[in-house]
Design a protein around this ligand. Sequence first.
Ligand code: ZN
Length: 148
Amino acid sequence: MDMRTLYQEIILDHAKDAEGSGLREPFQAEVSHVNPTCGDEIRLRAQLQDDQLVDVSYQVLGCRICMASASMMCEQVVGRSVQDALSRYDAMLAMMRSRGADEPDAELLGDAVALAGIAKMPARVKCALLGWGAMRDAVNQATPQEDP
Ligand code: ZN
C-alpha cells in the first residue's frame, strides 16, 4: 500500500467513525464556525479543568475532509494541557500553509499527517482547518484572561 492510499484510508476511517463527535455537557465555551467556500459548518464545545482540555465535543455538517480533520483534532488535543493543544493547532496550521513543502510533525499531529496532501489543494485547506480553528477559538474563550 503506498502512502497516498494509506492516507486516504485514514481520512475515510475518521470521517466514518468520528472521534469525539456529538455535543456534550458540561462545557465552558461553545463556538460556531463556517467555511463558506465548501459549506462546512461546525459547532464545537470545550471544557477545561485547571489547565487541561478535558473535553472537546462537536457537531459537523460538512464534507469528509472537514469531518475527518475534526476527528483527528479531537484525538490530538483532548486530555492535553491548553498550551500543548494550542501548539498542535500551530503545527496543523504550519502544515496546511506549507503547501506540502515541509515534513509534517507526526508527533504533534498524529493521524492528521494524513491531511498533508490537502495542503496542496488550496480550495480544501479551509475544510481541514475548520475544526482546529474552532477548537482554538473555544479554548481561548474558555481560558480565564489574566489581569494585566
Ligand atoms: Zn469542506
